[in-house]
Design a protein around this ligand. Structure first.
Ligand SMILES: NCc1[nH]cc(CCC(=O)O)c1CC(=O)O
Ligand SMILES: [Zn+2]
Ligand SMILES: [Zn+2]
Length: 326
């Protein structure tokens, strides 16, 4: 055989196989999404998200201490008000006694080395379930939405969040949030991770079950990106860098590896995050349960694909498993 035909010499053994990846998956690349409810003692399983629960603030210490011991380094918090009543303003988003603010303060005190991000959006807190404020005709009022999102993000930073992560997809929210952080003196101490390329995906269903955040009418297609829109995603990434995002996120992940690769190229000097969303996680579990593949092998293959595409931070419900496996 010709010299130039031989590749297997470079990967015939397990160790050189690991050298073939430009970047290895490590525990520090994992961020774990946590649903925190306003029922302080709750531990409610989420049927569509295998193994995931809604946690009351009083349950977080025991749950997270075990994971921190295994190497958990970061979480992203989602508030899930179940007993308090939602309003058009989304007052509960930054209720000083609400789940997110309480959890941030508690986790900062309990786990000094844990990096705490807060998802910033209004859909979990508004009575209509949309990610921003509405005009009387049901369309989004971008200007008032952005002002409120900036207020919520600042209140999370004031409570101690290391990172605020707007997932609402309103235009101009990154700039507004960055400005409000800087003006209040938090600009240098709080990361802004933008869900820059967030698509209007069919794969958010289990999350909306978990968070009770499905829109009561319509859909999110006027603010989340159209599935085929690679150009818009690229423009959103460039726009958000210009508006002061510290981390660029792509969401969902597996059907959007081209977008992750685009982000890695366009935002070459930024960390690139991707969110392996609830529907991806549920799909991998469902396939494993149906005997299509082995769960662990598939979980690794999915995330290694994201890393290969250029992701340096993976938001995933598999975090507890990866902490065991890595
Ligand atoms: N803005 C809400 C939000 N923040 C994160 C997710 C999805 C996360 C997941 O599916 O795991 C969603 C769902 C949505 O936009 O409806
Ligand atoms: Zn939302
Ligand atoms: Zn959100």
């Amino acid at each position: 055989m010709d010299i130039s035909s031989i590749l297997q010499g470079g990967y015939h053994h397990a160790l050189p196989r690991t050298w073939q990846a430009k970047q290895q998956l490590t525990k520090s690349m994992l961020m774990y999404p946590i649903f925190v409810t306003d029922e302080a003692d709750a531990r409610v399983e989420i049927p569509s998200l295998p193994g995931q629960c809604r946690w009351g603030v009083n349950r977080l210490e025991a749950f997270l201490a075990a994971l921190v011991k295994k190497g958990l380094q970061s979480v992203i918090l989602f508030g899930v008000p179940v007993k308090s009543s939602k309003d058009a303003r989304g007052t509960l988003a930054d209720d000083p006694t609400g789940p997110v603010i309480s959890a941030v303060k508690l986790l900062r005190a309990l786990f000094p080395d844990l990096y705490i991000a807060c998802d910033v959006c209004l859909c979990e807190y508004t009575d209509h379930g949309h990610c921003g404020y509405l005009n009387p005709d049901g369309t989004i009022d971008n200007t008032s939405s952005v002002a409120r999102l900036a207020e919520v993000a600042l209140n999370y930073a004031k409570a101690g969040a290391h990172c605020v992560a707007p997932s609402d997809m309103m235009d101009g929210r990154v700039k507004a949030i960055k400005r409000s952080l800087i003006e209040a003196g938090y600009g240098n101490g709080c990361t802004l991770m933008s869900y820059s390329a967030k698509f209007a995906s069919a794969m958010y269903g289990p999350f909306r079950d978990a968070a009770g955040s499905a829109p009561s009418f319509g859909n999110r297609k006027c603010y989340q990106l159209p599935v085929g829109a690679r150009g818009l995603a690229r423009r959103a990434i460039v726009r958000d860098m210009g508006e002061g995002a510290d981390i660029i996120m792509v969401k969902p992940s597996l059907p959007y590896l081209d977008i992750i690769a685009d982000a890695a190229q366009l935002a070459a000097d930024h960390p690139i995050a991707c969110y392996q969303v609830s529907g991806e996680f549920a799909m991998i579990h469902a396939g494993a349960a149906a005997g299509v593949y082995d769960l662990k092998t598939m979980a690794f293959e999915s995330v290694e694909g994201m890393v290969r595409a250029g992701a340096t931070l993976i938001v995933t419900y598999f975090t507890p498993e990866f902490l065991e496996w890595l």
